[in-house]
Ligand binder design. Structure first.
Ligand SMILES: Nc1nc2c(ncn2[C@@H]2O[C@H](COP(=O)(O)OP(=O)(O)OP(=O)(O)O)[C@@H](O)[C@H]2O)c(=O)[nH]1
Length: 203
């Protein structure tokens, strides 16, 4: 694919315990479906989706990692070049929430210090089985300086919003970095509309 095919390219990596719904979130966003009987991811999977945000083509490379401990050394190698991480837990599984500090240590150790991390509580369609309150998750994410969103891959709740808000945020960061890194040279896309700022809810 030539450079002209997109204005921005971002790498997004999903991490979190096994079974929290990472693969289902990716499949919902990239293919618009909820796969029946989704098996555990082996190692790492990769999908691409190009979205258009205020007239600009944004190519998202989405890496879906295996949550199982035995794949940890493989998945760690994908953190380094990630622009964003989607750290996922399952709102019906206390254990997946309690493991978050462990995941944050992995991020600290293996990811770039510029990485944007979003905390996602998935499976909100199973509200009657909820084990982690929204307030508790919000407090945790605030303390860790992460964005927080609750989703349902099954019902398609907030899935588009998750990826599109993240893409908006990444565009904004990319522009800011360009500004810092090359103050005297013209910005890519300078003069274009900056209305994308209004679509981004991750502030
Ligand atoms: N009710 C409900 N079930 C979900 C949702 N998302 C995923 N699941 C189910 O949760 C199970 C695990 O989903 P996966 O997407 O394979 O989980 P994963 O995090 O990718 O798991 P690993 O690949 O092992 O790391 C499957 O049985 C899915 O059908 C959701 O939003 N709601």
């Amino acid at each position: 694919m030539s450079m002209e095919d997109y204005d921005f390219l971002f790498k997004i990596v999903l991490i979190g315990n096994a079974g929290v719904g990472k693969t289902c979130l990716v499949r919902r966003f990239t293919q618009g479906l909820f796969p029946p009987g989704q098996g555990a991811t082996i190692g790492v999977d990769f999908m691409i989706k190009t979205v258009e945000i205020n007239g600009e083509k944004v190519k998202l490379q989405i890496w879906d990692t295996a949550g199982q401990e035995r794949f940890r050394s493989i998945t760690q190698s994908y953190y380094r070049s990630a622009n964003a991480l989607i750290l996922t837990y399952d709102i019906t599984c206390e254990e997946s929430f309690r493991c978050l500090p462990e995941w944050l240590r992995e991020i600290e150790q293996y990811a770039s210090n510029k990485v944007i991390t979003v905390l996602v509580g998935n499976k909100i369609d199973l509200a009657e089985r909820r084990e982690v309150s929204q307030q508790r998750a919000e407090e945790f994410s605030e303390a860790q300086d992460m964005y927080y969103l609750e989703t349902s891959a099954k019902e398609s709740d907030n899935v588009e919003k998750l990826f599109l808000d993240l893409a908006c945020r990444l565009i904004r960061e990319a522009r800011q970095n360009t500004l810092v890194n090359s103050v005297s040279s013209p910005l890519p896309g300078e003069g274009k509309s900056i209305s994308y700022l209004t679509c981004c809810n991750f502030n």
